[in-house]
Design a protein around this ligand. Structure first.
Ligand code: CP
Ligand code: NVA
Length: 338
């Protein structure tokens, strides 16, 4: 039996290194099978519901495509379609859905909500992002890293994440670094670095013995010898807009630009972004922020850096399909032979 069978996938901490590596290997195989048009449908009789309380492009589309490819039936619900949390408790919604569906994909606000959904539905629940964690994103990123760095072991990779280090992406990177033992630097102004109170409130522990995770506000120290510079939006979905002013002011110097890339002292350094990215004035929000805060050529990343790294950035997002396909098959099918 595989380790994901009939289990929830809420955060990486619930799994072991061997489980994660197995899933990625299986995703690699599924990617290849799709490419050569030899994919076999394993989820034909399965019904899956997607509940998205926040907007999404990649996560919704990758889950839906993976499920369609595998022959499953899908229901998509946004927060206006259901009673959840307003006229019906999470418990009652979970009980109902658990009797109808084989699995639930959930994107929402507080992590405790997805825990409740999982507890009461008694069917596998997959995390499509909460305020605290975004595990399918980071696993797809590990998958992408394995494709790009063919010669290098994951434990020898250094990821320098720069920007807001108190969000779902940085939290999940910490959990991934704990499991896979790669070097991780989280680089932010002090206010946006995780402190003990923050880590405790998310039940995140750091394996100090490994000595592979660094929190720093010093850009030079954090970026030096990075293989990958990773960034994310400075303002996450659902964040209090009243705090934007101070936050952007503090993060201004932590923009991924050419100068920062040079600090890596690695001419082959790669740039990752989970997307969506504010790298130009082609979005309403991006334009507003760039003008209001007098930023240069982008918000968290400059257009120049984005354009020269976009092949990899879009590889990250398209790999989401294969990774979540592997995850759902493993969660619903007992024995996986490949
Ligand atoms: N990276 C990611 O999860 O993108 P979406 O918000 O578009 O799903
Ligand atoms: N931190 C971002 C990730 C988007 C994929 C957010 O939560 O909005």
């Amino acid at each position: 039996m595989n380790s994901f069978y009939l289990r929830n996938f809420l955060r990486l901490n619930d799994f072991q290194k061997k489980d994660i590596l197995f899933l990625i290997k299986y995703a690699q195989k599924l990617k290849f099978k799709k490419l050569i048009q030899q994919e076999k449908q394993k989820l034909k009789k399965k019904n899956i519901v997607l509940i998205f309380e926040k907007e999404s492009t990649r996560t919704r589309c990758s889950f839906e495509t993976a499920l369609f490819d595998q022959g499953a039936k899908v229901t998509y619900l946004n927060s206006k379609d259901i009673h959840l949390g307003y006229k019906e408790s999470i418990e009652d919604t979970a009980f109902t859905l658990g009797k109808i569906y084989d699995g639930i994909v959930y994107r929402g606000h507080q992590h405790k909500n997805i825990e409740k959904l999982a507890k009461y539905s008694k069917i596998p629940v997959w995390n499509g992002l909460t305020k605290s964690f975004h595990p399918t994103q980071i696993l797809s990123d590990i998958f992408t890293i394995k494709e790009i760095f063919i010669q290098k072991k994951i434990k020898n990779i250094k990821i320098s994440y720069i920007g807001d280090s108190k969000n779902n992406i940085s939290n999940t990177l910490i959990e991934a670094a704990n499991l896979l033992n790669f070097n991780l630097s989280l680089i932010s102004p002090k206010k946006y670095l995780p402190n003990t109170k923050f880590l405790n409130s998310h039940n995140i522990t750091i394996n100090k013995k490994l000595n592979n995770i660094l929190f720093t506000d010093n850009i030079k120290t954090g970026i030096y010898k990075a293989d990958i510079i990773y960034t994310d939006v400075w303002i996450s979905m659902g964040e209090d807009s009243n705090k934007i002013q101070e936050k952007i002011f503090l993060l201004k110097n932590y923009q991924v630009n050419k100068k920062i890339l040079k600090l890596s002292d690695n001419p082959f350094v790669k740039v990752f972004h989970c997307l969506p990215a504010l790298h130009d004035k082609k979005t309403i929000f991006g334009k507003k922020v760039i003008q209001k805060f007098n930023l240069k050529n982008g918000v968290e990343i400059t257009d120049e850096v984005f354009q020269s790294n976009k092949k990899i950035i879009f590889q990250q997002s398209s790999n989401r399909v294969h990774l979540v396909k592997a995850l759902i098959i493993c969660s619903l099918i007992k024995n996986i032979n490949f």
